[in-house]
Structure formats: structure tokens, C-alpha cells
Ligand binder design. Structure first.
Ligand code: NAD
Length: 336
């Protein structure tokens, strides 16, 4: 069976996912496209999916008889309504992060999916599909004993002018928030944020760098440096310290040169390159489950917990130094 997919939101990531499905992955085809800006959908149609129908409204795309599954790649604030519509139509739905812009919105999606009685939603937390994190998880699960601490960093060379302090949580830390829960099989119980001396490269509305301290239910302490004007490159670091040893996230594969009395390895500068392969793997996983009428991978529950946890981190930014508790409701059995 070839899964017939409709894509809502054909901006940067919607175009890229359309390309993946049309040109890289097996088992699916793009039959429908929709964007708030019809010209964006038509441009993607012309470049990548000439046989796809272009719909003015995402809701029409979701309802179309020949659309088996939906990719929601529009602006974050529009995700909730489209995901709810896909669940109501009983169609598997891949939703780029964030699942919703509020925890209440994410909860509405969880409730709707639970009422539907089966998993229909996969959230685009692609780091779980990255080969390096997959290797790290295997080692954490089997070789270094009980995890005790995580030291991590998320560094960007620069960010655009509109990037302000809370975005360090909603747009940057959100990936760590999800991947550490998965890596440690654990949940957060508190968050604290402290601000080191400010970089002179950060503008007035951005505190940079920041250190986020998370505590998990099992007692693991996590420190994450967020430094989005680090200048030197896009750099993701993660070290898990266990009772019997420690494990580091591997560096991306790259050529090491010896030249002019220096040993050097390039560091990436564009975040788009760092996890590029993991997007292929996450969508292949979506296609496989959607062909069975369901979803796997990061769930609505994971999207909901990420929203609750990131709200606590933003509160911790506002109340610098204070420890903000993170309380989660009981997890529905659907997500066990
Ligand atoms: N997983 C990741 O690493 C990753 C990377 C990039 C983007 N994202 C997420 O993907 C989403 C899109 O990001 P982007 O970088 O492609 O943004 P973008 O601005 O390039 O594209 C968004 C598109 O959505 C369209 N749109 C806006 N409102 C709409 C509506 N109501 N209905 C249909 N289309 C609508 C816009 O016209 C635009 O074409 C965001 O939620 C972002 O956080 C995730």
C-alpha cells in the first residue's frame, strides 16, 4: 500500500518533509498540499509534487477522501486545531513541534486521542531518531550503571533579532526537554534557571547564556547550558554520568586534518545540518505506523509533558534562581 499524505504548511520544514516523502522515502506519496499562503503551496506543488491537489484550507485537506494521513508543518500556533481535526477524522497525523502553544491545548489533543482509543499522533521530536542519541541510549541503558547526572549544552552561533529570552526554552531547549525524558526514561519534577555574565553579543531582550537545572523523579540532576550567540558554531553536547562510568553523545562525523602544525575538525554552523538524517528516520517511522492506521514514536503525551515542562522553565527564567516544581497529571494507559 502507498500511504497518501497531505501536508499542511509548506514553508521551510513543510517543503523539506514533502521532498523527503516525494524523493527519498518509500511507501508514501504526497497527494495534497495546503498553506495559508496559497502561493507557497503552489510553489511546492510545482517543484516537488505536481500531481498533488492544492487546498485553500487545511480542514478541507484533512477531510479529503484520498488523504490517508496528514503532516502538520504550519506555524506553531495553528497546530492544535489541525491535529484535533485529524483525530476527529481518524487519520494519523505527524505534527511538527510544538504540539500546541499551551499546555491546555496539548491536553485537549491528549484527551481527544484517548477518546479515539488509539494512537494517531506523532510529534516531530526528531532527536530520538538521531543515530548518535540512539547509540547513547543503548549505552546508558546497558553499560554505565544507574544514571546520576547529565551535563549538556545547546549552542547556536547567532540567532535572529526577534529571538528573545523565553524562546531559549520554547524553540531551543524544547528538544533537550523531550530527548532527556526519553534517554533517561524519567520525568521532571523541578526546574531552575540561572544567568551567568551576559555575552556582549546578546541584544537587550535576550539573556544569553542561560543555565537550566532540571531534576527528575528518579533524582537525576541535569544542567543544560543554552548559549545562542556562542559565535563558533552549532554545537550540541550531552554527557550522561552513571554509577559505573560516563557516556558522551558522539560528535557528528567529520574529517580531521593535520596541517600547518594544527589538528582540526570542522564544527557545523547551521542547525539544519546537524539532525538532517533523523528527519528521514522519523518520517519513515510515521509512514510505517500510519499505513497500519496508527502512530508511534513521540506521542501527544510527550508533546503535552514537554509543554508543561517548558512552561515551568519559562517561569523559572522569570523567577531567576527559584526552584519551580513540575507536576504532571497521571498518564493515560494509551501511552504506556
Ligand atoms: N523539528 C524541528 O527541528 C523543526 C525545525 C524547523 C521547524 N520546526 C517547526 O515546524 C513548524 C514550521 O516551521 P518553519 O520553519 O517551516 O516555518 P515557516 O514560517 O517557514 O513555514 C510555516 C508555513 O506555515 C504557513 N501557515 C501559517 N499559518 C497557517 C495556517 N493557519 N494554515 C496553513 N498554513 C499556515 C505559512 O504561510 C508558512 O508557509 C514550526 O512549528 C516549527 O517550530 C521544527
Amino acid at each position: 500500500m502507498t500511504l497518501r499524505i497531505g501536508v499542511i504548511g509548506t514553508g521551510m520544514i513543510g517543503r523539506d518533509h514533502t521532498r523527503r516523502i516525494a524523493q527519498v522515502l518509500a511507501g508514501a506519496e504526497i497527494v495534497a498540499l495546503s498553506d495559508y499562503n496559497p502561493a507557497a503551496a503552489r510553489a511546492v506543488q510545482a517543484d516537488l509534487a505536481p500531481d498533488a491537489m492544492v487546498y485553500d484550507k487545511g480542514e478541507e485537506l484533512i477531510a479529503a477522501d484520498d488523504v490517508d494521513a496528514v503532516l502538520v508543518c504550519s506555524t506553531g500556533s495553528t497546530h492544535e486545531a489541525y491535529v484535533l481535526a485529524a483525530i476527529a477524522a481518524g487519520k494519523p497525523c505527524f505534527c511538527e513541534k510544538p504540539l500546541a502553544t499551551t499546555a491546555e491545548g496539548a491536553k485537549r489533543i491528549v484527551d481527544a486521542e484517548v477518546a479515539a482509543g488509539k494512537r494517531l499522533v506523532q510529534v516531530g521530536f526528531m532527536r530520538r531518531y538521531d543515530a548518535g542519541y540512539q547509540m547513547l541510549k543503548k549505552v546508558v541503558d546497558s553499560q554505565i550503571g544507574t544514571p546520576l547526572m547529565v551535563h549538556a549544552a545547546h549552542r547556536n552561533p547567532t540567532v535572529p533579532e526577534h529571538y528573545v529570552t523565553p524562546m531559549a526554552i520554547h524553540d531551543t531547549l524544547i528538544h533537550e526537554i523531550d530527548v532527556f525524558r526519553w534517554l533517561l526514561d524519567d520525568d521532571y519534577v523541578s526546574a531552575q534557571v540561572v544567568f551567568p555574565r551576559k555575552s556582549s553579543h546578546a541584544h537587550g531582550k535576550l539573556a544569553d547564556p542561560q543555565i537550566v537545572l532540571l531534576e527528575t523523579a528518579k533524582g537525576v540532576r541535569i544542567d543544560v547550558e543554552i548559549f545562542v550567540n556562542c559565535r563558533y558554531g552549532y554545537d550540541i553536547q550531552c554527557q550522561v554520568v552513571g554509577e559505573e562510568g560516563l557516556a558522551n553523545l558522539p560528535e557528528p562525523m567529520n574529517i580531521t586534518t593535520r596541517k600547518n602544525a594544527a589538528l582540526s575538525t570542522p564544527i557545523m554552523t547551521d542547525w539544519k545540518d546537524r539532525f538532517v538524517d533523523s528527519y528521514d528516520v522519523e518520517l519513515a517511522d510515521f509512514i510505517k505506523a500510519a499505513a497500519q492506521g496508527t502512530a508511534s514514536g513521540p506521542s501527544s503525551w510527550d508533546g503535552y509533558v514537554a509543554a508543561i515542562s517548558s512552561d515551568a522553565c519559562v517561569e523559572a527564567q522569570e523567577k531567576t534562581g527559584q526552584i519551580i516544581p513540575i507536576t504532571l497529571p497521571a498518564r493515560p494507559a494509551l501511552y504506556d
